[in-house]
Design a binder for this molecule. Structure first.
Ligand code: C5P
Length: 222
């Protein structure tokens, strides 16, 4: 295809989504939040009492889920069968179940297919865990964002508080560490830096510094 794709991977809370949004706005690219897709399936499973240990039921459920990622005047939103679930997919319960739901091969194959369909026709910035290694191995630019687990938990904590949501820092830190562990050790397409990805440790960098660095790299390469 002729479209340009930028892959941004890394562990939970490294700033991928904030940075990916800024980069996509700056370049006029579509932002594809692949984590939101796995979160939406997880929410659907929790609501319908689908057992998250049952791969077959989960992939059947996925076939009934129309997941849309939109950007409009309200910001970026996620729709599940036309219902706005933007807030609901960020709940603690979703956080605690999403890594299991996204560990199944059949679930991932369907999600990856949907992600490739979106990316193939549009210049886009995708954030996730396996974009550079598996979804788009030929992406023109691959970034691997990291930060210490303490810093990542601190950022999520601040983010929750700034939205007026309840937040427990120690709980967040434990959940993030657990997700990292599950995401990095799963058998199929685990979280891993692609060999040709550029690693950026964001622990001491501001969001705008990181976004600027990636935008500059993108302009050099495209
Ligand atoms: O990026 P975010 O933290 O919203 O992703 C939520 C979870 O979805 C991750 O912890 C991971 O388990 C899963 N995920 C994935 N592959 C992706 C994106 C997210 O397995 N490409």
């Amino acid at each position: 295809s002729d479209s340009v794709n930028i892959a941004i991977d890394g562990p939970a809370g490294a700033g991928k989504s904030t940075v990916a949004k800024l980069v996509s706005e700056e370049l006029g690219f579509l932002y594809i939040d692949t984590g939101a897709m796995y979160r939406t399936l997880t929410l659907a499973a929790l609501r319908k009492n689908v057992n998250t240990l049952n791969e077959i039921e989960l992939s059947h459920l996925l076939s009934t889920c129309h997941i849309q990622l939109l950007v409009d005047q309200k910001g970026s939103r996620v729709l599940l069968n036309e219902e706005d679930v933007t807030e609901d997919i960020r709940s603690t319960e979703v956080n605690q179940n999403v890594s299991l739901v996204s560990s199944y091969q059949s679930v991932r194959e369907e999600m990856v297919e949907r992600q490739r369909q979106l990316a193939i026709k549009t210049n886009s910035v995708l954030d996730g865990r396996d974009i550079g290694t598996y979804v788009l191995p030929n992406a023109q630019l691959k970034i691997f964002l990291t930060a210490s687990v303490t810093e990542r938990a601190r950022r999520r904590h601040e983010e929750q508080l700034s939205k007026g949501m309840p937040s427990d820092y120690e709980q967040l830190k434990a959940d993030i560490a657990k997700r990292d562990e599950l995401d990095s050790t799963r058998a199929f397409a685990p979280l891993k830096k692609a060999e040709d990805a550029i690693e950026i440790d964001t622990t001491t960098l501001s969001i705008s510094e990181v976004a600027q660095a990636i935008t500059d790299l993108a302009k050099e390469r495209t």
